[in-house]
Structures are given as structure tokens and as C-alpha cells.
Design a protein around this ligand. Structure first.
Ligand code: GRF
Length: 207
């Protein structure tokens, strides 16, 4: 049974997709152990409570320094004894020590086809604003392992989504979430929970 912690900062629609997938059996062999947020007001925490999943807040605002926050976050995650950490709209930089400790055991959903529109400053709506500004005809989402870079770890799954005439950033974001993010993240968790994923020379190979 794969023990999973989900880390969130906002509305939690990706978290909800994971919860629904576990409930419907699209994700198997998985236990959602806890939801951790940096933001005590994140609606994602309400979603966790409704689903009967332990909700934890570890906020940088509650610590004297970033180092103290990092230490508290690592201790919290370690105490949960999880096999996989899922970043689902989590907007705080993961401490390098945590990335070392959980090498290829932290995954992230990014709302673009990496390596497009990713890296520092590309998150949430900003990603879709940049895509529309560039005039691309296809966008999408990517699930990848987290390494010490920003959106640079081994790619697990990607799914393309068409840009449509007249799209606004909000409309495009919603389509990418519905047609890609909410499908890919549960699928990646199920693949990992059922041992279908391995990283070879920095690239993901499906068994
Ligand atoms: C979404 O744009 C997602 O792509 C990104 O964070 C945003 C909010 O996601 N990772 P959620 O609704 O909090 O899951």
C-alpha cells in the first residue's frame, strides 16, 4: 500500500481529483495519509477534512527563518512515514535536504508541456498568460519528479490540450485542468503505486 502525502497551497482541485480517483478505484493500492498546506486558509484543507484525511498546516509565517520552516516541514513529512509526496498546486520551494531524502519520491503537476512555459515565475495563471501571449496552438500539463531545479525533474506523464479561438487565461487554465491535470496526476500516482515507473539515466521508463 503506497502511503501518500499531498501538499497544497490553494483551491485543491488537483487534490480533489486524487481523492475522487482513490474513491472510484482509478487509483489503487494507495492510502492518502495527510494533506499539508503552507496556507491555513487553503480551500484544499476543507476538501481534505470532508474526505476524512488528516490536514496539517506548516506555514513559513509561523517561523523565525526559512531554515526553521524547512526543518519543521521535513520533520512533519518524516513523521508521516510516506512513500510518495505529491505537490498539487503547492507554491513553496521544497527544501533541498527534503529533495535529497525523497529522491524520485516527490512528484509535481505543472500546467504546461515542459520544457515550455516553466521555471521560475511560471505558475498558475501566469503559465496560460504566457502561452496565449506566445500564440501557441497546443498547451497541456506535465507530471514530473521533483529535483533541485524548478520544473526540471524526470518527466512522468504529459497530455496535450488545444488552445481555442478567443481563449482567456482563465478559460485555458480550466480546460488544461479538466482535460489534463485532473487526469494525469491520479494516473501517475496509480502508476507509482503499482510499480510501473522507474527512472533510468534521468528519464522515466514505464515497466
Ligand atoms: C493549477 O493551475 C495547477 O496547474 C497548479 O496549481 C494551480 C491550482 O491547483 N499546479 P489546485 O486547484 O490548487 O489543485
Amino acid at each position: 500500500m503506497l502511503r501518500v502525502a499531498v501538499m497544497v497551497s490553494g483551491g485543491g482541485t488537483n487534490l480533489q481529483a486524487i481523492i475522487d480517483a482513490v474513491d472510484s478505484g482509478r487509483i489503487t493500492n494507495t492510502e492518502l495519509v495527510a494533506v499539508i498546506s503552507n496556507n491555513k486558509n487553503a480551500y484544499a484543507l476543507e476538501r481534505a477534512k470532508k474526505a476524512g484525511i488528516r490536514d496539517i498546516v506548516v506555514s513559513p509565517k509561523d517561523y523565525e527563518s526559512r531554515e526553521a520552516f524547512n526543518q519543521a516541514l521535513i520533520e512533519t513529512v518524516d513523521s508521516l512515514k510516506v512513500d510518495l509526496i505529491v505537490l498539487a498546486g503547492y507554491l513553496v520551494v521544497i527544501p533541498p535536504e527534503m529533495i535529497d531524502r525523497y529522491e524520485n519520491r516527490i512528484i509535481n503537476i505543472h500546467p504546461s508541456l515542459i520544457p515550455s512555459f516553466c521555471g521560475t515565475g511560471f505558475y498558475g495563471l501566469k503559465v496560460h498568460e504566457a502561452a496565449l501571449q506566445r500564440g501557441v496552438k497546443v498547451v497541456g500539463a506535465t507530471v514530473h519528479f521533483v529535483d533541485k531545479g524548478t520544473d526540471t525533474g524526470p518527466i512522468i506523464l504529459q497530455k496535450a490540450v488545444a488552445v481555442e479561438e478567443g481563449d482567456t487565461p482563465k478559460v485555458l487554465q480550466q480546460r488544461v485542468m479538466e482535460q489534463a491535470e485532473w487526469i494525469l496526476l491520479p494516473q501517475a500516482i496509480d502508476d507509482i503505486a503499482n510499480d510501473r515507473i522507474v527512472v533510468v539515466d534521468g528519464r522515466v521508463v514505464v515497466r
